[in-house]
Ligand binder design. Structure first.
Ligand SMILES: [Ca+2]
Ligand SMILES: [Ca+2]
Length: 430
């Protein structure tokens, strides 16, 4: 098929393709990165395993999946920019959050059964997953390093025999209380997000008091005691970050500091402000990409304009990223719950089957890459016969980078991928 196809296609398509050195970011085809990640992606974190050593950083991807592409990889995987690998034996819990503490990768999340030797949290020591004290008796939803301390937040109410209330600090050998933690009257409290704001821990979630004093869904720990942040937000915080010197809170709330603020707001240390009109549905993840704040979640609009599940804020206005995420499970089934910046790309993770119209399962890359420029050449013309040779080589090797159409069923590499590649070549790299 291809031998017949190639000569005429190359002749006509080479004329059609034109080179461009300009960066046109777009959602990428799933290909090797996101073909058949068969479960939710809940957390993303860049990690440099050897610190200042020669190894490049990798992206840690965690969630409820058991397969990536055609490989069995349970719950936590490393992406090096071109291929996937597991890290040790599968975690005995479903990870929901990640951190790097004293050079070690920490993963924590939801128990899948009774607390065990590794209970809802584990530390990678370079060769195996290790317990951290007695772990926790219920879900961990957030991890944050502040100075030389590691904090955890979630639904938990104990570590072993020690009662805790949804926040804990690691003392090097066991988990300890943080000023009495957070409470919510008669309701079940949770800490959903943690951040480091000017050297202090910020906790956000569903609670009405911290350390016994009123604090509406967000509070600051100064190392000695908890403080409210003005009138706080209501009704719940799902993500925290910092941008341009401000603390950013996001979630399902509609007020901040007692005034309207739709799902996202900033705290400048003294007062709350809304951010450009906010979103029409919950925001579940935040990150920084270059000089922009990136927000993601369950929304369709940001600042009143179309922005499906992901939006960026440049300090003035919100923008969508392409046409955003969709799910084949239903028009509103898609969501994005994790974001990261990695090697100059924005990475989104969650529950979806396409991004920007490109099949991409539960994770997606917003990147300047142009798929048809298979060999990554940078001199004009960017697209030439070498890209066909490159694509054929990947296909022949069974490399899922050739899964141009992002198909999720076996065999993943078929003639459809040639058609897809030809179409992308014809479309060029503008
Ligand atoms: Ca090329
Ligand atoms: Ca395919």
């Amino acid at each position: 098929m291809l031998k017949r196809l190639l000569p005429c296609s190359v002749a006509t398509l080479l004329a059609a393709a034109s080179a461009s050195g300009q960066c046109a970011p777009r959602w990428q085809p799933g290909a090797a990165f996101a073909s058949h990640i068969n479960g939710n992606v809940a957390a993303l974190l860049p990690w440099d395993p050897d610190g200042a050593g020669p190894q490049p950083s990798v992206l840690v991807v965690a969630g409820s999946f058991t397969m990536i592409g055609t490989t069995s990889i349970h719950r936590l995987a490393l992406w090096n920019g071109s291929s996937w690998s597991p890290l040790g034996t599968p975690l005995p819990f479903t990870p929901a959050c990640l951190a790097v503490f004293q050079g070690d990768l920490i993963a924590a999340g939801h128990l899948n059964g009774p607390p065990g030797a590794i209970s809802a949290i584990a530390r990678w020591d370079g060769s195996a997953w290790q317990p951290m004290g007695a772990g926790f008796n219920d879900s961990v939803l957030a991890l944050q390093v502040v100075g030389n301390q590691l904090f955890a937040g979630g639904f938990f109410s104990a570590s072993g025999a020690l009662p805790l209330s949804r926040v804990a600090v690691w003392d090097g050998g066991k988990w300890a209380n943080v000023g009495g933690g957070v409470t919510a009257g008669q309701a079940f409290p949770s800490v959903n997000a943690l951040a480091n704001y000017n050297g202090h821990l910020i906790a956000g979630g569903f609670f009405s008091a911290a350390g016994g004093a009123p604090a509406s869904h967000i509070a600051r720990w100064d190392g000695q005691q908890w403080h409210a942040l003005g009138a706080g937000v209501a009704p719940s915080v799902m993500a925290l970050g910092t941008f341009a010197g401000d603390l950013i809170a996001a979630g399902s709330f509609d007020t901040a500091g007692g005034a309207p603020a739709s799902r996202i707001a900033r705290w400048d240390g003294l007062a709350w402000s809304p951010i450009g009109g906010g979103m029409n549905q919950s925001v579940a993840a935040l990150t920084i990409a270059g000089d922009r704040l990136v927000a993601a979640g369950f929304f369709n609009t940001a600042g009143g304009i179309a922005a499906r599940r992901v939006a960026t804020w440049d300090g003035v206005a919100w923008s969508g990223l392409g046409s955003g995420m969709l799910s084949s499970f239903g028009p509103e089934a898609a969501n994005v719950k994790a974001l990261a910046s990695f090697h100059g790309e924005i990475i989104a993770g969650g529950f979806f089957t396409s991004a920007g119209g490109e099949p991409s399962m539960n994770a997606a890359r917003w990147s300047c890459d142009c798929y048809a420029n298979c060999d990554g050449s940078s001199t004009a013309p960017t697209l030439n016969i070498n890209d066909f040779v490159c694509f054929l080589g990947l296909f022949a090797a069974g490399d899922l980078a050739a899964n141009c159409d992002g198909s999720f069923t076996t065999p993943m590499l078929t003639v459809n991928d040639f058609t897809c590649f030809l179409n992308k070549f014809a479309a060029g790299c503008e």
